[in-house]
Design a protein around this ligand. Structure first.
Ligand SMILES: Cc1cc2nc3c(=O)[nH]c(=O)nc-3n(C[C@H](O)[C@H](O)[C@H](O)COP(=O)(O)OP(=O)(O)OC[C@H]3O[C@@H](n4cnc5c(N)ncnc54)[C@H](O)[C@@H]3O)c2cc1C
Ligand code: HEM
Length: 473
C-alpha cells in the first residue's frame, strides 16, 4: 500500500497522465509567465524569499519528507568516480600522501607521454597486432571509439597509485567485463610487453631501467587483479548472455524501447547498465541502462536513442526486430538505491537518461519503503519527452513521487531551462540522495550545481563518465 509521504507528494499527483502542465518557478528568470496546474502543483516562491533560498520546493515536500542525513548512521555509499578508476597501485604504492617510488616513476613517464598519447596508443596496437596477430580478432574491425580506452586505463591505473581499495574494485570489474571479449590470462603478458614497447619509444626522456621495472611491477599487479577477478567470476557467471529481442517499440523517430529475454537469468540492480553487442557490428560493445527494475519474468528493457551515424544505437533503433539476438555483458554501475534509508531521492534524467531513473522509481515501488522521490526529466523539446506518460502514470499511482518535465530549447507545457538550473530553483535538496543520468555534460553541470547547493558529493550518484560516446538526448 502506498501511504502518502507528504502533502507535497499529494500535490504532485493530482493531475492525470497526458494532461501535464507545470508551474515553472516564477522568479522571472525565464521572463514569461508559465501555465500552471489547478493550483495543487508546486507553489510559487514567496516573493519575500530570502536570498539564496530555493524557491517553492518546501511547499511540495516539507522538510520532513527529505530529512537531514544522519551521517553517523549511514553506511558509506558507493561513490561514483569521475575517472574510470579513482586509484591504482600495487599494494606497495602506499597512501596518497606519500606515493611509492614506483608511482613516482610511473607518473613521470605519464607526464612525458601525455602530449603524444595518440601516437603511443597507435604504436601500442600496431605492436600488439604485428607480434600477436591472433589477438586481432578479439577487437572490433574499426577501433576508433574504443581504441584508446585500454591504453588510457592502463595509464590511469598507473597514475592513481594511492588507493588500492578503489583500484581493486575497479580492476576487478574490468577483469570480469573482459571475459566477454574472450580475453584470457595468457593474453596479459603480450599486452604488457607491447605497452612497455610503446612507452620505451614515446617516453625516452624519463625511460630508464628503474622506470621499466616500476612499470612491470604496476602492470603485473593490475593484470593480476583483473585475471583473478575473471577467474573467480567464471565460477558463477557466464562471460556473456544471449538475449532475444521480444519487443521493439518506436517512441519517436530516433528512440526505441526494446525488451529482451536473456537465455539465462540475468542478475542486476535497478539503476545499473550493461554492454550490448549487436549481430550487425561484431565485437562493438556499447553501454545501455536498464529501464526497469529486475522483473519476475526475467525480461530486460532499454531505451535507445539512435545518434547520428551511430553504429550500435542506429542498429538497435532502425534495424533490430523481435527475434533478433544480441549479446549482453555483465551489469555495471553504482547508481543504485540504498534501501537502508528513507531519505529523499532527487533524480535527474536527461534524454534516454530517464531510463535508469524509471528503474530506480520502480525499485522504490517494489521495495515498499516509501520515501519522497523527485524526478526532473530533461529534454530539448517537448516531443523528446518520449516517456513522460509512463512517469506520470507512476506519479498518479504513488503519492510520494513528483515528476517535472524540463525542456531546454522549445516551447513547453513543462518547465523551461537547462536541467541543473531548473533543479536549483526548487529544493532544498541538501539532505537528499541524488541520482543523475544523461549526457556527460549534463551530469557534469548537474554535479557542480548540486554540490554548489549543498548536496555532499558522496551522495550524488551517476553513470560512468569515461565514455567517449555520449548518451543520446
Ligand atoms: C553508462 C552509460 C549508459 C548508457 N545508457 C544509454 C541508454 O540507456 N540509452 C542510450 O541510448 N544510450 C546510452 N548510452 C550511450 C551509448 O552507450 C552509446 O554511446 C550510444 O548509443 C552511441 O553509440 P553508437 O555505437 O550508436 O555510436 P558511435 O558509433 O559510438 O558514435 C557515432 C558518432 O556519433 C557520436 N555520438 C555518440 N553519441 C552521440 C550523441 N548522443 N549525440 C550526438 N553524437 C553522438 C560519436 O562521437 C561518433 O562520432 C550510455 C552510455 C553510458 C556510458
Ligand atoms: C591490465 C590490462 C588491461 C587493461 C587495464 C585493459 C583495459 C581496457 C579498457 C578500459 C577497455 C575499454 C572497455 C571496457 O571497459 O571493457 C578495454 C577494452 C578491451 N580490452 Fe582490455 N585491458 C587490459 C588487458 C587486455 C588484454 C590482455 C586483452 C586481450 C588481448 C584485452 C582486450 C580488450 C578488448 C578486446 C577490448 C575491447 C576493445 C574494443 O571494444 O574496441 N585487454 N580494455
Amino acid at each position: 500500500m502506498d501511504a502518502p509521504a507528504t502533502q507535497s507528494a499529494h500535490d504532485c499527483t493530482t493531475r492525470t497522465a497526458g494532461e501535464w502542465t507545470w508551474y515553472a518557478p516564477g522568479d522571472g528568470a525565464e521572463g514569461r509567465p508559465r501555465e500552471r496546474d489547478d493550483g495543487d502543483g508546486p507553489a510559487a516562491p514567496p516573493d519575500g524569499r530570502e536570498a539564496g533560498q530555493a524557491p517553492g520546493r518546501e511547499h511540495e515536500h516539507p522538510a520532513e519528507a527529505c530529512p537531514a542525513p544522519s551521517d553517523a548512521a549511514r553506511p558509506e555509499p558507493l561513490r561514483p568516480s569521475p575517472l574510470p578508476m579513482a586509484a591504482a597501485a600495487p599494494p606497495a604504492a602506499g597512501s596518497s600522501s606519500s606515493p611509492s617510488p614506483d608511482a613516482i616513476l610511473v607518473r613521470r613517464t605519464l607526464a612525458e607521454i601525455e602530449p603524444v598519447a595518440d601516437k603511443a596508443t597507435s604504436y601500442f596496437y600496431a605492436l600488439l597486432f604485428v607480434r600477436y596477430p591472433g589477438l586481432r580478432e578479439l577487437f572490433p574491425a574499426a577501433m576508433d571509439v574504443q581504441r584508446d580506452r585500454l591504453f588510457k586505463a592502463l595509464l590511469t591505473a598507473a597514475e592513481h597509485a594511492d588507493d588500492p581499495k578503489t583500484l581493486t574494485a575497479y580492476l576487478s570489474r574490468l577483469g570480469r567485463g573482459h571475459r566477454k571479449y574472450g580475453t584470457q590470462a595468457v593474453h596479459y603478458p603480450a599486452v604488457g610487453e607491447c605497452l612497455i614497447g610503446a612507452l620505451t619509444r614515446y617516453a625516452p626522456g624519463t625511460w630508464s631501467e628503474a622506470a621499466e621495472a616500476a612499470w612491470v611491477r604496476v602492470y603485473t599487479a593490475v593484470s593480476q587483479i583483473m585475471i583473478d577477478a575473471a577467474a573467480e567470476d567464471e565460477q558463477r557467471a557466464p562471460a556473456w548472455w544471449q538475449a532475444e529481442i521480444v519487443s521493439h517499440e518506436r517512441r519517436t523517430r530516433s528512440v526505441a524501447v526494446l525488451t529482451l529475454r536473456p537465455d539465462q537469468p540475468y542478475p542486476f540492480l535497478a539503476g545499473q547498465y550493461t554492454s550490448v553487442e549487436t549481430p550487425w557490428w561484431p565485437r562493438v560493445w556499447r553501454h545501455y541502462s536498464f529501464s526497469s527494475a529486475p522483473r519476475e519474468d526475467g525480461l530486460l528493457s532499454f531505451h535507445v536513442k539512435a545518434v547520428p551515424a551511430g553504429w550500435v544505437s542506429g542498429a538497435l533503433v532502425h534495424r533490430a526486430r523481435p527475434g533478433d539476438v544480441v549479446r549482453l555483458g555483465p551489469p555495471a554501475g553504482s547508481m543504485t538505491v540504498d534501501h537502508s534509508t528513507d531519505d529523499g531521492m532527487l533524480c535527474l534524467g536527461g534524454g534516454t537518461g530517464i531510463a535508469p531513473i524509471e528503474a530506480l522509481v520502480e525499485d522504490v515501488v517494489r521495495h515498499g519503503r516509501r520515501r519522497p522521490v523527485d524526478v526532473f526529466y530533461g529534454a530539448r523539446y517537448d516531443d523528446d519527452l518520449y516517456d513522460i506518460d509512463t512517469l506520470l502514470r507512476l506519479q498518479k499511482a504513488h503519492r510520494w513521487l513528483c515528476v517535472r518535465p524540463v525542456v531546454s530549447d522549445g516551447p513547453t507545457r513543462g518547465l523551461s531551462g537547462q536541467l541543473p538550473a531548473v533543479v536549483r530553483k526548487y529544493g532544498p535538496w541538501h539532505a537528499c540522495d541524488a541520482f543523475l543520468s544523461g549526457p556527460p555534460e549534463m551530469i557534469r553541470s548537474s554535479v557542480d550545481t548540486l554540490v554548489g547547493i549543498g548536496i555532499p558529493s558522496h551522495r550524488i550518484r551517476h553513470d560512468a563518465l569515461d565514455e567517449p560516446a555520449i548518451r543520446g538526448r
